[in-house]
Design a protein. Structure first.
Length: 302
């Protein structure tokens, strides 16, 4: 237990403590495939190099939300506020009794023994974050050393970047031999046409690379309408779901880090799903089949 105290950022918006019950009932076995845990900071201190200090949002609250929304399992992505110390993530995975998998943040000098411990806990991927307001990205050689260590485990790589970064990172991303999962459909500018040059580049990226998946997540981050509604994002998500139905994932992004204008209602985010995946077959793939195939291969449990 840490004696250090952490003062939450003055403009931090804490997650909605009493989300609504969704009107849309997710299929049995559905997975919230993108969510986080923060602390609790007294037990799991935040990293010194962090660029934000959040409120506590621990595993018990996450699992309560899972049950409230009707999901069966979670994929927990290491939060940047914890750096490469994955203790809070591992603690949540172990407590889930096989109902959660993880995406860790690791450094190139991680040992095979440490990777084996993470794998045993339920980690199945690593995340490379290129969003400069959140982290200071490293060069390609740094990340390649990590790829070489995690590829033999069958892990995948998650990448988080701004839309304008894709062209610069294209060659490196396409050299990665594992499955590559892009956060938040590459953060397109939804004020532009869905068939415009900007988003077309991302669609081409997926079309030309069969190992590339993406998360149709965070309309609250992309929408220009904010709390007034998220429908301006629907054509972008729906285009991806309908064109690449076997390579998409969905998640809440709880506890919604670094939102500044409003905090979404997680129940309403679930109700957004039928707008972007209009058929039961698409929803089954998005919420059940795809995450099971990527994170619970061969029915492995735990």
């Amino acid at each position: 237990m840490s004696t250090e105290t952490f003062e939450v950022d003055h403009d931090w918006l804490c997650f909605e403590p009493d989300p609504s019950k969704p009107n849309f009932q997710v299929p049995e076995g559905s997975v919230d495939a993108h969510c986080h845990v923060f602390g609790p900071s007294r037990q799991f201190p935040f990293a010194k190099e962090r660029k934000y200090t959040p409120c506590d949002a621990g595993k018990d609250q996450l699992f309560a939300l899972r049950d409230h929304l009707g999901f069966s399992r979670n994929v927990i992505v290491q939060a940047t506020c914890h750096g490469a110390n994955n203790d809070a993530l591992v603690d949540a995975l172990i407590a889930s009794n096989g109902r959660a998998r993880g995406v860790a943040t690791v450094e190139p000098d991680i040992t095979d023994a440490q990777l084996a411990q993470l794998h045993a806990a339920g980690v199945r991927g690593v995340r490379f974050n290129y969003v400069r307001r959140l982290v200071d990205p490293e060069d390609d050689a740094y990340y390649w050393r990590i790829v070489e260590k995690i590829a033999p485990l069958g892990w995948h790589v998650v990448v988080y970047f701004e839309a304008e970064d894709l062209a610069e990172k294209w060659d490196f991303f396409t050299s990665i031999p594992t499955t590559l999962v892009v956060d938040h459909i590459g953060r397109p500018d939804v004020s532009q046409p869905v068939d415009g040059d900007g988003f077309e580049e991302f669609v081409r990226f997926m079309r030309e690379n069969d190992n590339v998946w993406t998360k149709v997540t965070c309309p609250e981050r992309l929408s220009l309408r904010g709390q007034a509604g998220l429908k301006d994002t629907v054509p972008f998500y729906r285009r991806i779901v309908e064109n690449f139905p076997d390579r998409v994932l969905w998640g809440t992004d709880w506890a919604h880090p670094n939102l500044k204008s409003f905090m979404p209602d997680d129940g309403r985010l679930v109700d957004f799903i039928p707008l972007i995946a209009p058929s039961s077959d698409l929803r089954q793939k998005l919420l059940v089949d795809n995450p099971a195939r990527l994170y619970w291969k061969d029915g492995e449990n735990g």
